[in-house]
Design a protein around this ligand. Sequence first.
Ligand code: ACO
Length: 325
Amino acid sequence: MRAQIVSTGLAVPERVLHNTDLEKMVDTSDQWIRDRTGMVERHVADNGVAASDLATAAARQALDGAGISAEDVDAILVATISGDYPWPATACLVQHKLGAKPVMAYDLSAACTGYLYGLSQASAFIESGKFKNILLIGVDMLTKTLDWTDRNTCVLFGDGAGATVIQAREGGEGVIDTILGADGSSAELLYQPAGGSRIPISAEAVEAGKHHLFMNGREIFKQAVRVMAQTIADLLQRSGKTADDVTVVIPHQANIRILEAVADRIGVGMDRFFINIHKYGNTSAATIPMALHEARQEGRLKTGDLAVMVSFGGGLTWGASLVQF
Ligand code: ACO
């Protein structure tokens, strides 16, 4: 049995925040954000809208696309670091909202690499013969954790969800190989200091702004370029493929300059990188399934095409997957 990504779905909040809106909030400019990140707009959820709302909407689309109902789903995996609650898992809320059977449902936390960690798990479940239809969702709402007075971070993130149905198929390639990695020695380059057991939420923690996302952008940038390029090279070498075999690269959308540097290092033109960062900003665990959805809709991925998905993010975590559609 091979694991095949058979359908996708995407959901974003209605409200759009343009760079020119951010100009009125912090000392920044439309031009700076475009030039330094490639971002133009992002979607921001209103109060009362939570991760499971977007995840469920994206999941319904993916189920429709696969021609199956929620009752056919054998497992629900949600990659997120900004679920509805610290616990229980957002996947359980999605299970209930979809009206799925009481199947295994859990969240996994690998920040921007969460979708690829989930893809690896889903593939292993399918190849073992345990499950036939797995709903794998990447969703994040990091705008809820941002300090909207900090121009270093508030311009970078948006909210969104991407959902995929991973199905057992006989024959074909599907998910061919995945490389995943993590290095906790640099965990504090990108993290939310308060809200866990290290610094529980308290008036003092909030007063000190420790409930907000913190990022050392410059250091993350350097590591992201090096590690993403190396992971793609390792993946292709291990699979006996070359960059020329790859139809499209679906990268984590954190910064267009990171992607240009990665493209340069691996010798693949930017025309083969699928980019939608200008519309959504960095939606963390959702960027890859959202990009995958739009790449398929735009006809960039046809049956038989080979795609590389690659990511780098908080943890630090990274990964790359080789998938034949
Ligand atoms: N508008 C205007 N100026 C700004 C802004 C802004 N929004 N933000 C920063 N600046 C200023 C800085 O203050 C600095 O000014 P200074 O020189 O007077 O100190 C200047 O611009 C340059 O700052 P740098 O940090 O060197 O800018 P850089 O070119 O590195 O771009 C950025 C910053 C966009 C954050 C970049 O470093 C980046 O994209 N990093 C990686 C982000 C990422 O990949 N995150 C990981 C994924 S997220 C996840 O896992 C959840």
